[in-house]
Design a protein around this ligand. Structure first.
Ligand code: 1GP
Length: 250
């Protein structure tokens, strides 16, 4: 199995926490998505995540291909369903939704992905995906038929993260859901990061550089930002967020 991008992410993280900018191909046409990826790279994003819970438009593969041609930073798939695999990307976060008890997101989607992963040779980064209650019903919660972990239950979040680590996941992703009203609590990040040996990704509802920095200070290794960037016509926020995260010492 390939590990090139995963190792690259670990190297990047040694310097400082990193910013992943999320592009949902459904939200824009291909040219706009490519332009966004270029802007994010210029603003010091460390990687582009591409995907989302749902895919309606028929522009997914072409969007990845064109973004790959246009940026040098890693382009990593953040899949909703099994049909999100594309050999044009650098890697995929192969999500296992540990907080769910729904077999579809615990094993079914991964089984359906497997033949495409085999044929494309796409690097897979096994990622324990943990959904946390965030004040509103998110697309991922609805689509996955899964209860989120209560936001004050740090211990429940931790045992799910540890279960992922002991089962061989390479990353843990604490997810509040795209457009979440409330991001993952800093206390929960601290509690989980302190006891976890593998890198921690945090995303959902992060809208400001201050909030992103707090998450990195609390122990997040990789911060994912999506919705707030889609609403922008001024991209200085991307650079502010990247600079704030990068300023955090290990
Ligand atoms: C969603 O964590 C990501 O899966 C990003 O969330 O869109 O709220 O930034 P936002």
């Amino acid at each position: 199995m390939k590990t090139e991008i995963y190792l690259k992410l670990l190297e990047m993280r040694k310097k400082h926490p990193c910013l992943f900018c999320l592009i949902d191909p459904d939200k824009n046409d291909i040219l706009t998505n490519v332009r966004l990826a270029e802007i994010y790279e210029k603003c010091n994003a460390d990687a582009i995540l591409i995907g989302g819970s749902i895919m309606i438009e028929d522009n997914y593969e072409e969007t990845i291909l064109q973004i790959k041609k246009s940026v040098k930073i890693p382009v990593i798939i953040f899949p909703g369903l099994f049909n999100f695999v594309s050999g044009y990307a650098d890697a995929i976060l192969l999500l296992n939704m540990l907080s769910s008890r729904n077999p579809q997101v615990l094993i079914e989607e991964q089984v359906r992905c497997a033949p495409q992963l085999y044929h494309t040779g796409l690097e897979s980064i096994p990622t324990g995906y943990i959904l946390i209650e965030s004040g509103n019903l998110s697309s991922v919660q609805y689509m996955s038929h899964s209860l989120p972990i209560p936001r004050k239950k740090n211990d429940i979040a931790l045992i799910h993260a540890l279960a992922g680590q002991y089962m061989g996941m390479k990353m843990i992703y604490l997810e509040a859901g795209s457009g979440a009203k409330e991001a993952i609590p800093n206390e929960m990040i601290k509690y989980v990061a302190n006891k976890l040996d593998i890198p921690l990704i945090v995303g959902g509802g992060i809208r400001t550089a201050e909030s992103a920095k707090e998450k990195a200070d609390a122990g997040a290794d990789f911060i994912v930002i999506g919705t707030v960037l889609e609403e922008l016509d001024n991209y200085t926020l991307v650079k502010d967020i990247a600079d704030a995260i990068h300023s955090v010492q290990k």
